[in-house]
Design a protein around this ligand. Structure first.
Ligand code: FAD
Length: 109
């Protein structure tokens, strides 16, 4: 089975890259799907203390899904909350250039 670290990296990669390609002007269905992705992870992530802490975080700061920039920043901040808990360095979330640089792949896939 995948180890915890690998699963974490894979899950963050999915969330950051979904956010990096999220529409600039999402419609109602896009927003519903973005919230659904977050709440599915919060409910089903296969590490119980991880998902419980994640649930607490998203209750405090619900997903911001009104634009690509907003959603990307929100996912970045959630990842920083986990980085902080694990004593790791924060990523600079205010700089959407850095987020795009890290999580977009040159062109749309
Ligand atoms: P990761 O933290 O997986 O990051 C991968 C890459 O993302 C980094 O190399 C960097 O390039 C980039 N990155 C880092 N921070 C950001 C950011 N803020 N925004 C954008 N990009 C960034 N592990 C635990 O041990 N305990 C937990 O409670 C826990 N909770 C988790 C909750 C969730 C919802 C998820 C998805 C994962 C959780 N994990 C937890 C796993 C943990 O976050 C890491 O994924 C894992 O420890 C591997 O860390 P890593 O150093 O390889 O890099």
């Amino acid at each position: 089975p995948p180890d915890r670290e690998e699963l974490g990296r894979a899950t963050w990669a999915l969330m950051h890259s979904v956010a990096a390609y999220y529409p600039h002007q999402p419609n109602v269905e896009d927003k519903r799907a973005a919230r659904g992705l977050v709440s599915a992870i919060a409910r089903l992530y296969p590490c119980s203390h991880c998902r419980e802490d994640f649930r607490t975080e998203i209750e405090r700061s619900p997903p911001k899904v009104e634009s690509q920039e907003e959603f990307s920043r929100w996912v970045c901040e959630q990842h920083n909350a986990v980085n902080d808990k694990l004593g790791r360095q924060a990523f600079t979330c205010g700089d959407s250039g850095a987020l795009r640089e890290r999580w977009r792949f040159g062109s749309e896939r």
